[in-house]
Design a protein around this ligand. Structure first.
Ligand SMILES: [Zn+2]
Length: 303
């Protein structure tokens, strides 16, 4: 019984590790996106600046073309002024000369505005490019760290998978089926440690009788509330395998409110007294740290 439960605890541990690694892999792109946020904003700012500079250059080019055309018309007009002999024609030519001069002056003023704007925009460019270079270097450093973590996580997942594929065939089919069914219905968490009379995952206290039975560790017991397979976390046999349950696993019932255990540890001890030598929680914890398992026992337990 202990061996079977120990295998399930180990399996749960491996499955939790695999799930965490997969979650890391899933979160990787978002983490990279988050650390790139500032660089992305700076690049967007530069794109806007580049667009303004391009629009300014196009506007200037168009104005320069108009000014060139007006200057040509002005020269032509001046030539006609010298050649004309009719007063009426001269007046018309002079009127046109005034119109050309006014248009030319207006377009030259417009060009000055464009040139002043270009100067301001150009001044913004070097510090922005410098910021982008700095942020790019920072981002590449952070991205490399994230990728390194992801690679480590992928390696850990592969190791956990390899251990799992060795462990699973050693577990009986009914036990495996039970584990899988509970895991599927309970956020992947089929097992729950019991600490101080409380199911660690659903956080509800378990009945005193069940707690006493659990400490005997001679049969497979489940939580009456969340139906997960229970094991007593402070049993010396399991002390090396007591990992934290999957934090995403939620209580199974609507009653998710955290409760204090109904059963005080001292009461449980009192109930267990008749069945064995007096052992307090403190002495049991001492036993955990100073485990009575031999090294050979531990090796067997880890397989
Ligand atoms: Zn429970």
């Amino acid at each position: 019984m202990q061996d079977n439960l120990l295998k399930l605890i180990t399996l749960q541990d491996l499955d939790n590790k695999i799930r965490t690694c997969r979650q890391n892999a899933e979160d990787g792109p978002n983490k990279i996106k988050a650390v790139r946020e500032k660089l992305t904003a700076l690049e967007a700012e530069k794109a806007v600046l580049d667009a303004k500079l391009a629009a300014n250059a196009a506007g200037r080019q168009e104005l320069e073309g108009v000014i060139e055309e007006l200057t040509l018309r002005k020269t032509t007009n001046q030539g006609r002024q010298k050649k004309t002999r009719s007063n009426n024609e001269y007046r018309a030519i002079m009127k046109e000369a005034d119109t050309i001069a006014a248009s030319l002056a207006a377009k030259e003023d417009e060009l000055l505005v464009f040139m002043a704007e270009a100067e301001k925009l150009q001044a913004l460019l070097p510090p922005l490019v410098s910021d982008i270079d700095e942020e790019t270097a920072l981002f590449l450093e952070k991205e490399a760290d994230i990728n390194k973590t992801l690679e480590e996580s992928a390696r850990e997942e592969a190791q956990a998978q390899a251990k799992r594929s060795v462990l699973v065939p050693t577990i009986s089919a009914p036990m495996m089926s039970r584990y899988n069914t509970i895991a599927q219905n309970r956020d992947g968490q089929a097992l729950s440690p019991v600490v101080q009379g409380m199911c660690r995952v659903c956080r509800l206290s378990i009945p005193p009788q069940l707690y006493n039975e659990l400490q005997k560790n001679d049969k497979l017991l489940t939580c009456p509330n969340c139906a997960r397979i229970l094991y007593w976390m402070h049993h010396p046999y399991f002390s090396d395998f007591c990992t934290e349950p999957n934090p995403q696993a939620q209580p199974a019932t609507a009653d998710k409110k955290e409760r204090k255990p109904r059963v005080a540890e001292s009461k449980v001890r009192k109930g267990a007294k008749a069945k064995g030598p007096k052992r307090t929680l403190e002495t049991m914890e001492d036993e955990d740290s100073d485990s009575q398992l031999s090294d050979d026992d531990r090796k067997v337990a880890h397989v």
